[in-house]
Structure formats: C-alpha cells, structure tokens
Write a protein that binds this ligand. Structure first.
Ligand code: ADP
Length: 353
C-alpha cells in the first residue's frame, strides 16, 4: 500500500481524540490498528447485508474482468471504512493508494495523484467531503470520463491538455455523506452505509482481536467489553488494549469480567460505555437546564467543550442509546438519562420532545 505524500489525515488532532472512547484514532494507534485489520471480506465481522452487497459487486467485476465502479463508504468514524477499502483492493489483488480530503489542498495535488495511477488501482480518499471544491470538480470528471485536464503554462497563455487515465476505482469514505455535492455522490456506483455494531458482533470482534494480540480472555470478558464499546470496533480494540495493560501490570494470565470492570473503571468508562464528558453533558442538561431543551452552544459552554466535539463525538451515541433527544428547541434529556444519573425524572419529561 502506498501512502500518498502529505496524506496524513487530521483525525485525532485535538483534545477530543484524547478521550478513551473517542471513535477517532489516538496518537500512534493507526499503526497498531494495522495488525487488527482483517485482510479479506470473510474476516470482516458483522454488517452482513453490506458484505453480501459488496461481495456481489466484486464478484461481478471479477467476472467481467473490469475494475469495479466507484464505491462510497459512509458512516461514523471507527466502523471499518478504511478496512473495507483495503479489503476491496486485496480481494481484487490490485494496489491501493491512500489519501484524504484535507491532504489535497489544490486541484493540482489530485491531478498528479490521478495521473500516476495504474490500470485497476484503487484510490482511497478518506474524508472525501473535505476535498476543496476545484479538486472535487476535477475528481468527478476523472471518475466519469477517466480523463484529467492538465494545465500547461500560466496566465493568458495557459492551456489545458486532456490526459487520458487508465480505469481505476475510487473508494471514498465520509462521516458526513450529506456534505458531498450531488454531482460527486452521483458518480459512485455503490454506496455502503456502515452502522454501529450490535453488541453480539462486537463481542465476536473482540474475541478475534484478542486472539490476534494473544490476549487470554475468560468467558464473559468479551461481552463486558462489548457493552462499553459504543458499537464501534475502533473503541472495542482500544479498550481491549487498555485491559491488556491492566493484566500485564497485575500479572494476570487470564482476564476475567471483574478485571475488565476494574480496568475500565480506572479509565472512567461506566456500565453503558459513557465517559466523563458524556456524563457531564447529561448532568448539565438535567441539573443546570432542568432537563432541557438547551441549545448546543449553551450546553457546550457549560461542559467546557467545543460544540463540535459535543455534537459529533458525544451526541450520536447518547441519541442512539436513548439518553438524549435533539429537538428543534434544543437538546432534551430522556427518562433513561435521569435514571442513569440516579435521579427521578420530571413527570412531564416526555412532553419536552
Ligand atoms: P474507519 O475508517 O471507519 O474510521 P477503520 O477501518 O480504520 O475505521 O477501523 C478501525 C479499527 O477497527 C481497525 O483496527 C479495524 O481493524 C477494526 N475494524 C473495523 N471494522 C471491523 C470489522 N468489521 N471486523 C474487524 N475489525 C474491524
């Protein structure tokens, strides 16, 4: 796999990534993630419908002996988009070039990547919704016509020379599908939506990762971990590593459910997978705003966090697990949130949304 120059994504750059349960990679994690990435579709756990669709799509391309149509992978961070892109290249036995929207600053950066692709190569563009507009326009022409216009010279004498490209496959990954302009979205022949993983699938994933990493989990431990992993493989793998640290320090040969609990308590992750920031958000709504509704900015100021962090990192999980509701008037804590905080819900809590 070739890592395109300057393609370091900015994921995990700020304080949100320091959270144990952030679904963004932390520090050097992408490197250690590599050993846990399944290489074939068969080893990719869960998402059965998506896998079946992708299998059919790849089989058909193989039978026709042409590179498959472009693929868009949409869904929250940490659910396996990069992994799937690598699996596709691996299954097709073609090289993969990796870059990301923020790494491409000018259309020319993209033109030079495109013009150096080989026949059949996969071009993986992470965070494709963050491509600059001129690069986006260049990309959809390249995706449709396998052509790129190269500018020669500068100023009034400049001219553009069309360059024919070999057939290649773009795999775009996005956490914000809605931000993709429709002409670009329309160029993808297959869009896969990745969803949070049910606990049973995460349990299998943790068992597999434990095996790869040589971690000895006792019965029930994978389940304990799965309950606190927020439906996200990247978080599940990270928690597993922290539990392994705990076992190393405590000289344990086998990690039992109690060890999992003790280790995760140390990292302040509670029984529902909520961490300090999630609890701060719920506490603020309930205690400072009487259950809501409260606007995102007020809420973020109250917990001392960037509103983007609250919106993209905390809220999706809190909403999905039924702790919080987003209403036109603001965020409202549900009955479940009050109860989780050990408080009696207001009588009229459901009238708030
Ligand atoms: P994304 O690109 O969506 O942010 P990644 O593909 O980088 O997510 O996945 C994060 C981590 O989770 C990787 O280590 C990967 O191996 C693991 N992972 C994700 N999905 C699966 C899956 N379905 N089966 C096994 N491991 C997975």
């Amino acid at each position: 796999m070739a890592e395109t120059n300057g393609s370091q994504s900015n994921r995990g750059a700020d304080e949100q990534s320091l959270r144990m349960i952030s679904s963004e990679p932390i520090g050097n994690e992408p490197v250690s993630d590599e050993e846990l990435r399944p290489r074939a579709l068969e080893g990719f756990i869960g998402q059965p419908l998506l896998k079946a669709q992708l299998q059919l799509f790849l089989d058909a391309a193989r039978k026709r002996d042409v590179p498959p149509d472009h693929i868009l992978l949409a869904g929250p961070p940490g659910l396996g988009k990069t992994t799937l892109a690598m699996i596709v290249a691996n299954e097709l036995q073609v090289p993969i070039r990796v870059t990301s929207g923020p790494a491409i600053q000018h259309a020319g950066d993209l033109a030079s990547i495109l013009s150096s692709l080989d026949e059949g190569e996969v071009l993986f563009i992470d965070e494709i919704h963050r491509l600059p507009r001129p690069a986006e326009e260049l990309l959809y022409i390249a995706m449709e016509d396998f052509r790129v216009d190269v500018m020669v010279g500068k100023g009034p004498g400049a001219s553009s020379i069309p360059l024919t490209l070999p057939r290649f496959t773009v795999i775009g990954a996005t956490t914000r599908e809605g931000m993709l302009p429709s002409p670009l979205r329309a160029r993808f022949g297959f869009t896969a939506h990745l969803d949070f993983y049910p606990k049973g699938e995460l349990e299998r994933l943790i068992e597999r990762s434990a095996e790869v990493l040589g971690i000895n989990l006792a019965a029930g431990s994978a389940r304990q971990l799965s309950l606190r992993s927020r439906g996200t493989p990247r978080i599940a793998n990270r928690l597993l590593r922290r539990v392994r640290d705990w076992a190393i320090v405590h000289d344990l040969d086998e990690i039992g459910p109690d060890d999992v609990e003790a280790a995760l308590e140390l990292f302040q992750i509670d029984s529902e997978g909520l961490d300090r920031l999630d609890l701060a958000v719920l506490n603020a709504i309930v205690k400072n705003f009487d259950g809501g509704p409260v606007g995102l900015n007020n809420l973020s100021a109250m917990v001392g966090e960037e509103s983007e962090t609250v919106e993209t990192v905390c809220e999706p999980y809190l909403v999905r697990e039924g702790f919080l509701v987003r209403t036109p008037k603001g965020r409202v804590a549900t009955q479940k949130a009050w109860q989780h905080l050990g408080l009696t819900p207001k009588d009229d809590v459901s009238k708030l949304f």
